[in-house]
Design a protein around this ligand. Structure first.
Ligand code: SF4
Length: 340
């Protein structure tokens, strides 16, 4: 099977009339200026580093509300993408946009230009939270957009944020459940971070918003991750990273930034999974040793950063995880446990 690779092209805040409290798009995208003529060289540069025989390449217009930008720019960029598709250099296009910038007319244009995947910035399915965040669309608009995207046969990725102002953990879990119910093929989970110069920074200063600690962020992200995993929705990203254009000097003034956020969240998920298995056999486990079996490539997440999970089971359950063994028969995000 071919590997999948995105060529990300960041399009910062082009044409976006909204002012989400968390957004400083120039900060998030890391792209201070956008020169549309730089797109072809960017694609060529990226392609020169990719083995096209072994890789399925998607051109990815990220960073803004792609279908809301100036129409001529959007058509130009889609035209560039289509040209690379027709030359066999790129398999398809993916893009991110807002629910209120989806319509049959837009989706017709995207279909004609070889777009396969639409990532939708849903953020929350609570109207109260959306309104407090100045998001400018409702949960109903997200439902309608998802239904239309699926009807047209696009791959749908739901992007959500956790711990937004006025959002409870139950609101976040409910957003994840609804994203699954709306037919998402994939999801991105973004624990909220507060950037300098955003309205959310002002909310923090006025005491209207308290950003989550790292521990809280990991815990709620693990809750929603579990919901996606249990419903077979692939989580393709947890947390902003350098590959999203985030720079070290971008001025994060609140919230939990961790360079390995995804790893922390998945480790927390495994900790809960193993804990349930141990609890299920409680009378037989105390003082015992255990071997955990997981799917290939998952050992470090099962053990946890700095052996956190191993230590946790030692201290809290009096169970010594002696070995973690990868088995290809075990499905990703599952594990088995042998008490010795
Ligand atoms: S819609 Fe997107 S780009 Fe526009 S303000 Fe909100 S987060 Fe920023």
């Amino acid at each position: 099977m071919k590997k999948h690779k995105n060529i990300p092209i960041f399009i910062p805040h082009l044409g976006c009339p909204n002012d989400c409290v968390f957004c400083n798009q120039r900060t998030i995208s890391g792209t201070r200026e956008f020169d549309i003529s730089s797109v072809r060289p960017q694609i060529d540069r990226a392609l020169s580093t990719i083995d096209g025989e072994q890789t399925e390449v998607q051109l990815a217009f990220f960073g803004g509300s792609f279908t809301g930008i100036d129409r001529a720019d959007m058509l130009y960029l889609l035209g560039v993408g289509k040209e690379y598709i027709d030359r066999g250099k790129v398999a398809s296009i993916r893009l991110s946009t807002r629910p209120d910038y989806i319509s049959p007319e837009i989706l017709d244009i995207l279909k004609e230009h070889g777009v396969r995947s639409v990532e939708l910035g849903i953020q929350s399915m609570s109207d109260r939270v959306l309104s407090a965040c100045g998001r400018g669309h409702t949960a109903g608009q997200s439902r309608a957009a998802c239904a239309l995207i699926k009807e047209y046969g696009f791959e749908l990725v739901g992007q959500m944020m956790t711990s937004l102002p006025f959002s409870s953990p139950e609101d976040d879990r409910n957003t994840a459940r609804e994203i699954c119910e709306m037919g998402a093929d994939g999801a991105r989970i973004y624990p909220t971070m507060t950037f300098r110069g955003t309205a959310m920074e002002g909310m923090m200063e006025r005491g209207v918003y308290t950003p989550p600690s790292l521990e809280e962020s990991v815990s709620i992200a693990a809750d929603v991750f579990e919901i996606f995993v249990s419903r077979g929705v692939e989580v393709i990203r947890i947390g902003l990273a350098e590959s999203d254009g985030l720079h070290a000097d971008d001025g994060i003034v609140g919230g939990a930034y961790h360079p390995a956020m995804g790893e922390l969240v998945v480790s927390e998920y495994y900790r809960r999974l193993i804990a349930r298995k141990i609890t299920g056999a409680a009378d037989k486990t105390a003082g015992k040793r255990a071997v955990v079996y997981c799917s290939p490539g998952e050992t470090s997440k099962v053990i946890g950063q700095n052996r956190n999970n191993k230590n946790f089971f030692n201290n809290e359950y009096n169970v010594k995880i002696e070995k973690v063994i990868e088995k290809k028969e075990i499905l990703r995000y599952n594990c088995e446990i042998d008490i010795l």
